[in-house]
Each structure stands twice: as structure tokens, then as C-alpha cells.
Design a protein around this ligand. Structure first.
Ligand code: FAD
Length: 290
């Protein structure tokens, strides 16, 4: 299919892009086009105007400092995946990026595009929620920061207002003594996850002192598994504690049965993934301490 008629502009600054978006609720930013263009071809999306962000140099690049990895919205997935300083600061990024689509898609797709697209099964929103990250957003009213847990509202819906542009994604560095793991199950490698789990686990000897868990593919947004975290903290990560966390995590599944998987299967998946990722993250926390 072909897209409906649309206008196209390619501004060179964030200010110009905001000017192009202002006053037209049907105008849409175009980032890597890996999701928006297919949606236009199917006429699921019919924007009046595409505001192409490719020429805006200030939206690209990765920097690490003050405990935060700052990723410009137009940074390609592949650029983040290959950024040694970012991976050193938070190795969870490497594990996440390896699961985002295929290299060809990652060459074009952008970090900001993935976050703004807010697919509930996507990996980057899951990373942002697990790590307690945030985004910077620019609009007619100025610049604001939105915490990950306030950003994702529903399938492909964020708390960005019409006319706002996501400019930067901020991912905290991995705290000292913390191990990480991400695992997902997809029908084929590179597909969106049927379910995926990010685990960040901090250990003091054999005792878990902090945990942050998030899942994708199981609800209308990436979701923090707070009850599962609570089940882990304050004790040794033995089989009963892992089982309690897994059971708590499975209660966050709100996705209905679909063509890919039943809700019951997803509950089993998320429970298994919590057990595996928490065990792996704890092992890595132990390795880091030695
Ligand atoms: C075959 C295939 C497999 C894929 N598999 C996966 C997968 O396994 N996991 C995964 O996470 N993704 C997957 N994707 C999606 C891919 O990661 C996309 O790149 C991503 O979803 C959107 O990024 P983009 O830069 O292409 O954004 P675009 O398609 O250009 O835009 C997506 C949406 O975000 C909005 N937007 C973009 N940038 C901004 C901004 N700066 N501010 C405000 N709004 C903005 C656009 O207006 C649009 O609504 C897959 C895509 C394909 C084609």
C-alpha cells in the first residue's frame, strides 16, 4: 500500500522542528522511520506533515558523566550498541540492544524513536523503567524532564503533549555492586518479545539489598515489577525467594490472549524469566565484588 498524501519538511534545529510541529496536531516527527513509515503504508498513521529530524545534529550523540548516560534522541540504535563508554557505564545496554530487531533495522532506528513509539513489547522502554531513567522533552512551553515511570501510558502512547519533541534519553549508570541481566522470549530472534525481563540486583555477600525489575510484552506498557522486587530484598536469593518473586511477577500480566501467546503462557514466561534474570544478575553482582 501507499501512504496518504503528506507534507515533508527537514529542519536543521530543534527550534525549527518545534515551529513545524506547532499548531498542527496531525504533524509527526520522523526519526528512523522503521515503525512510522510501515504504519503510514498501512494507513494506520496518516500524518498531515512529517517533520524529519535527521538533519538536526544537536539530537545525536552519546555522553557519559555524573552517573548518567545521555543519548540524543536521533542516535541510531547501532551507535548506542557500539558506544564503549555507554556499555562500560551500564552493560545492561549491550544486552538490551542485541535483542532490538535486526542489525539492518538498528542501523536506521533511533533510541528516541523507540522510546516515543512506546511499543509495550519493545526492549528500550523496559530498560528505561528498570534503570529508573528519564527523558528530556522540548515544547512550546520550554524543556521538561519526564521520569520513565510517568512516560509510558498505554500501547504506543506516552505523556508527551502534541507538538513536543523528545530530545534526550537519560539512562543511569549501573550502581556499584549491582549485577544486571535481560532475557526475552520471542518467536524468532529480532521479533518483538512475547515477554522480556530486565533485572538489576545489588548484593551484600549472599543478601540481596536492592532490586529493580521491569518487564515488556506482558501489559499495555513496560511495567515495573515492584512486588517481585519486594519479594527479593532483605534475604538470601534461595529457591523459595526466587519462587515468590516469580509468582509476584506473573500477577503483573494484563495482556489478553493473542495470536502469539495466551495470557497463561505469558504468566509462565515472565515467572521463568524473573527466576533466570535475577539469578544471573546476582551472579554478576558477586563476580563484580570479587
Ligand atoms: C522488522 C522490524 C523488527 C523490529 N523489531 C523490534 C524489536 O524487536 N524491538 C523493538 O524495540 N523494536 C523493534 N522494531 C522497531 C524499531 O526498533 C524502530 O526503530 C522503533 O520502534 C522506532 O524507531 P524509529 O527511529 O524508526 O522511529 P519512527 O518510526 O521514525 O517513529 C516512531 C514514532 O515515534 C515518533 N517519534 C520519533 N522520534 C520522536 C521524537 N524525537 N520525539 C517525539 N516523537 C518521536 C514518531 O512520530 C512516530 O510516531 C522493529 C522494526 C522492524 C521494521
Amino acid at each position: 500500500m501507499k501512504p496518504a498524501l503528506f507534507a515533508y519538511v527537514a529542519p536543521e534545529t530543534v527550534g525549527e522542528a518545534l515551529g513545524e510541529l506547532a499548531g498542527d496536531d496531525m504533524a509527526r516527527p520522523l526519526a528512523g522511520g522503521q515503525s512510522l513509515i510501515p504504519a503510514m503504508n498501512f494507513r494506520i498513521a496518516t500524518p498531515s506533515k512529517l517533520v524529519d529530524l535527521q538533519r538536526i545534529g544537536e539530537l545525536r550523540g552519546v555522553s557519559v558523566g555524573d552517573g548518567v548516560i545521555r543519548v540524543g534522541a536521533m542516535t541510531r540504535h547501532r551507535e548506542l550498541e557500539r558506544d564503549a563508554a555507554a556499555i562500560r557505564a551500564n552493560p545492561l545496554i549491550a544486552e538490551i540492544m542485541a535483542n532490538v530487531a535486526h542489525a539492518v533495522v538498528r542501523n536506521r532506528g533511533t533510541v528516541g524513536g523507540s522510546i516515543a513509539h512506546a511499543d509495550a513489547a519493545a526492549e528500550l522502554p523496559c530498560l528505561l523503567v528498570a534503570a529508573g531513567g528519564s527523558v528530556t522533552v522540548a515544547g512550546a512551553g520550554g524543556v521538561r524532564t519526564i521520569a520513565a515511570e510517568d512516560l509510558f501510558r498505554f500501547h504506543m502512547t506516552t505523556s508527551l503533549e502534541p507538538g513536543e519533541l523528545l530530545t534526550e534519553v537519560c539512562i543511569p549508570e549501573l550502581p556499584a555492586g549491582t549485577g544486571h541481566a535481560f532475557q526475552e522470549v520471542a518467536r524468532r530472534h529480532g521479533d518483538y518479545a512475547l515477554a522480556g525481563v530486565c533485572a538489576l540486583v545489588t548484593m551484600d555477600g549472599d543478601t540481596c539489598t536492592a532490586a529493580r525489575l521491569a518487564a515488556c510484552g506482558i501489559a499495555a506498557t513496560a511495567v515495573r515489577l515492584a512486588d517481585a522486587e519486594a519479594a527479593l530484598v532483605g534475604g538470601v536469593l534461595d529457591a523459595p525467594r526466587l519462587a515468590a518473586a516469580a509468582a509476584a511477577a506473573s500477577r503483573y500480566v494484563t495482556a489478553s490472549d493473542d495470536l502469539q501467546a495466551s495470557a497463561e503462557y505469558r504468566r509462565d514466561l515472565v515467572a521463568a524469566l524473573v527466576r533466570r534474570t535475577v539469578a544471573r544478575a546476582a551472579e554478576r553482582a558477586g563476580e563484580a565484588a570479587r
